[in-house]
Each structure stands twice: as structure tokens, then as C-alpha cells.
Design a protein around this ligand. Structure first.
Ligand code: CKP
Ligand code: MG
Length: 311
């Protein structure tokens, strides 16, 4: 069994340094929240597997090549002969203002179904990481996420759900209707402050959402606060961790880096404070470097940004 199993859609991201409407050079990158987390864990030395569907062409080959190069296991990936790669165009306006255009409707990745995840779930993992992007892709992807969360939680795998709301994929109402029931299988729920009411009633405040999640069986709720760090709620109370101060050049992927750091700490058996410190440390690497995952640290590099980490 692997340490971390995650599945979803990995995209080919075409990045422009300035406004897309002006044209010019685009650079090609791998993107996708779930594969970002898998790379983060692999960089830290954990066994991480990513599952999904890729196109049967150079673009699908590129996705697999990048993941393999990062040490992510891809043996559960299905190559789809009939559908194209999911693409995303990204234009950067400031360090934290980027605009994204997806071309992923009908893509290979969005055709993910229960059949694609059955074997990897049966093979087992210590942690299953899901994000709210996957169930937004299609009905079959939504069924796969729900089926896997239920099967994994039944077999004692820790299920982690990152709400990861994408307004370009679905409405808040649709997200809430799908993600709230998913939390029944999750031990760990991760959200930014503005995503919290997507796993509860519209407009519900943090303490209400947290109380309800903890009652439903969630053990830990992590609320990401960007430059203000994060809060962790458990039955024992609430802990706050400050962000590691860095100059942010690119905030895309910060959330995935935070998740990867937290889960790495969990896999290493760190206590809550240690897990939170690693989460903000890995998050800081992500925002201090360009790209969704390129700047993520190897284990020996953790100490570069965190005096508490021994590496
Ligand atoms: O929430 P994050 O900024 O960590 O997520 C970034 C990823 O999967 C990025 O790689 C992109 O491809 C996506 O989120 C997405 O589908 O928007
Ligand atoms: Mg996010």
C-alpha cells in the first residue's frame, strides 16, 4: 500500500507572463490540485500515487512523464483513446491575481469513473486525498469521489477532503450539495475561510461549521488564512499557526502545498503543532517560487524556511 493515494484531473497548463489577449510566448506546465499534492509528498520522501485518465497523445505522455519524474506512482492511470487532454490557460496579473481559462469539458480527465479507482482503493493507502475539483468535473467523477471516500473510510484509510471551490466549474449551491455529504467520510477537512460554508448551510460561520463537522465525525478541520497562517480545530480546541514570512511571487498551488505538508506530518506521526508547522512551511515554499508545484521542498530543504524543522 502507498502512503498517499489521490485522484482527479491533471491538466496541461499554458502560462503567459502577461495578458493572454496580447498573445506572445506560453510555457507548458503540469497542473492539477491532486497531482500537486502527490508531488509534494513524493518530494518529501513518501510513497504517493496519482490516479486519473490521460489523453492518448503527446499531452497525456507529458503529464505521465512529469509525474514519473517527480517520483509519483502512476501505474493506476488509464489512457483514454477517445478524449483530449484537459488544458488550462493562465495569465498572471500580480503575484496573487491570476486568471484561469479552462478547456476541460469532455476531457479525458473529466471522464474519470468508479472503474478507474476501484483497484487503487482495493490496494489500499494510508491516506486518500480528495479535492472538491474532482466531483465538479462530471457525474461519473462525482460518483468516483463519493464511492472512493466511502470505501476508503470503511477500510480505515484516513480520508482528507480539500474543499477547493472552483467557480468556473460549478455554483456554490451545487458544490455544497455534493461536498457536504462527502464530509461524512472525511477525517480531515481543509478549506479556506470563504469555502467553509460549502460544507454546511449557506452563510454559516466558522464556529458553526466546525461544530457540525466535528459532530459528524470529522477529527480535524483546517482553515487556511493565507498570509495569516491557519487554524486547526479538533475536539480539544483550536490552534493557530502563523504563516512563514516569505515574498510571495505566485500563490497558485499554495493550498495544495499546505495540504501536502500537513499530510506529510501526519504520515511521519508528528503532533498537531508539528503537522501545522510543516503545512505552513511547505506552503511558504510554494508561494515563494513560480509554478503550481515546482518550488516544493525536498525533505532536507524544509529547514531552510523553518527553524523548528530539523529536516
Ligand atoms: O488551490 P490551489 O491553488 O493549491 O490549486 C491549484 C490547482 O487543479 C492548479 O494546479 C489547477 O490546475 C487546479 O488547482 C485547478 O483545476 O484549478
Ligand atoms: Mg486550493
Amino acid at each position: 500500500a502507498v502512503d498517499l493515494l489521490t485522484f482527479g484531473e491533471s491538466l496541461v497548463s499554458l502560462r503567459s507572463a502577461g495578458p493572454l489577449a496580447l498573445g506572445g510566448a506560453l510555457t507548458m506546465h503540469l497542473a492539477g490540485a491532486e497531482s500537486n499534492v502527490a508531488i509534494g509528498l513524493a518530494r518529501l520522501g513518501h510513497r504517493a500515487a496519482w490516479v486519473g485518465r490521460v489523453s492518448d497523445d503527446e499531452l497525456g505522455e507529458y503529464v505521465l512523464r512529469q509525474l514519473r519524474a517527480e517520483g509519483v506512482r502512476v501505474d493506476g492511470v488509464t489512457t483514454d483513446p477517445a478524449r483530449p487532454a484537459g488544458l488550462m490557460f493562465l495569465e498572471r496579473r500580480t503575484a496573487d491575481v491570476t486568471r484561469v481559462r479552462y478547456h476541460r469539458t469532455g476531457s479525458a480527465g473529466s471522464a474519470l469513473s468508479v472503474e478507474d479507482v476501484r483497484t487503487p482503493i482495493a490496494e489500499g493507502a494510508r491516506v486518500l486525498h480528495l479535492t472538491g475539483i474532482t466531483p465538479a468535473l462530471s457525474g461519473s467523477a462525482r460518483d468516483a469521489a463519493t464511492w472512493a471516500a466511502e470505501a476508503a473510510s470503511r477500510s480505515g484509510t484516513l480520508v482528507c477532503l480539500d474543499v477547493n471551490y472552483r467557480a468556473r466549474l460549478w455554483t456554490r449551491e451545487a458544490a455544497r450539495a455534493t461536498l457536504t455529504p462527502l464530509t461524512a467520510y472525511a477525517s480531515l477537512v481543509i478549506a479556506s475561510a470563504d469555502e467553509l460554508d460549502l460544507v454546511d448551510e449557506p452563510g454559516a460561520d466558522e464556529s458553526t461549521v466546525v461544530a457540525r463537522l466535528l459532530t459528524r465525525g470529522v477529527r480535524t478541520v483546517l482553515v487556511k488564512l493565507g498570509a495569516d497562517g491557519a487554524r486547526a480545530h479538533t475536539r480539544q480546541g483550536v490552534r493557530h499557526v502563523a504563516a512563514v514570512p516569505v515574498t510571495a511571487v505566485d500563490t497558485v498551488g499554495a493550498g495544495d502545498a499546505f495540504s501536502a505538508g500537513y499530510l506529510s506530518g501526519h504520515l511521519d506521526g508528528l503532533d498537531l503543532d508539528g503537522r501545522l508547522r510543516r503545512a505552513v512551511t511547505v506552503g511558504a515554499f510554494a508561494v515563494a517560487g513560480h509554478g503550481d508545484w515546482e518550488g516544493l521542498p525536498r525533505r532536507a530543504e524544509l529547514s531552510l524556511l523553518d527553524g523548528h524543522e530539523t529536516g
